[in-house]
Design a protein around this ligand. Structure first.
Ligand SMILES: C[S@@+](CC[C@H](N)C(=O)[O-])C[C@H]1O[C@@H](n2cnc3c(N)ncnc32)[C@H](O)[C@@H]1O
Length: 221
């Protein structure tokens, strides 16, 4: 048994994913009704992300179930002890990563969210999952909250906040990524600049697309 697949985390995640599937958030419906190109433009924007995510503050918009399981598996196989996450929301991905830390023998997960009500929900969910002791939820814009107070070495980074900022956040954290560190970017289709950078020959990463629009990269040593 693992922390991910046993109680209290497994039934909690089942409920959170089911809620995310069924709860109709009006802003989400309005957003989904926009033309694809406009949705892409807004999601990739480096300047309009605050407004968009404020409208989506009642929506969990989590990673897929498969991506959640993948996150747990990657963090376990990398024996990760230090994880950073950009984009907490209600803490669904955070629960997967924190469960892996627990099963790795402990560690530290720093995650960041600028919507206060979402950060509160994530804290409640992590407490319900018995994993809050491993997680530091930093409230505010990632470009500020991840600027200071980080451990020397990061083993794994999940990028799942504003898509237009993926490359900026990676650049901010790059000096602390250990050789072989994993970087997982969700919704990679919305950040072509980021994908081009991590796939660039001699760019310092090996990178490949995975199902569910995930880009997996490894920091070369
Ligand atoms: C797709 S959701 C994250 C879902 C979460 N990773 C999960 O799987 O449960 C993106 C979240 O990032 C937050 N966010 C977006 N840009 C941010 C930024 N610059 N700093 C902090 N949080 C941000 C949004 O408010 C939103 O809750």
């Amino acid at each position: 048994m693992t922390t991910l697949t046993s109680s209290p985390v497994a039934p909690l995640l089942e409920r959170l994913f089911a809620d995310a599937d069924s709860v109709t958030v009006p802003a989400m419906t309005a957003f989904a009704a926009l033309p694809v190109a406009e949705r892409g433009r807004l999601l990739s924007s480096k300047t309009e992300y605050r407004e968009i995510y404020a409208q989506l503050k009642d929506a969990a918009i989590p990673v897929s179930r498969q991506t959640g399981t993948l996150l747990y598996m990657l963090a376990r196989s990398a024996k990760a002890r230090v994880i950073v996450e950009f984009g907490t929301s209600f803490g669904i991905s955070t629960l997967h990563l924190a469960a892996a830390l627990r099963d790795n023998g402990g560690g530290q997960l720093i995650t960041t969210e600028f919507e206060p009500s979402k950060a509160r929900r994530a804290r409640d969910n992590l407490a319900a999952g018995g994993l809050l002791d491993l997680v530091d939820i930093r409230e505010g814009d990632a470009l500020e909250t991840l600027r200071t107070g980080l451990p020397e070495q990061i083993d794994l980074l999940l990028l799942d906040g504003a898509k237009g900022l993926y490359w900026d956040v990676l650049r901010l954290l790059e000096p602390r990524l250990r050789p072989g560190a994993l970087v997982i970017a969700d919704n990679a289709d919305y950040c072509p600049e980021y994908v081009a950078q991590v796939r660039a020959p001699d760019g310092g990463y090996l990178s490949a697309p995975l199902p569910d629009d995930v880009e997996l990269s490894v920091k070369c040593g």
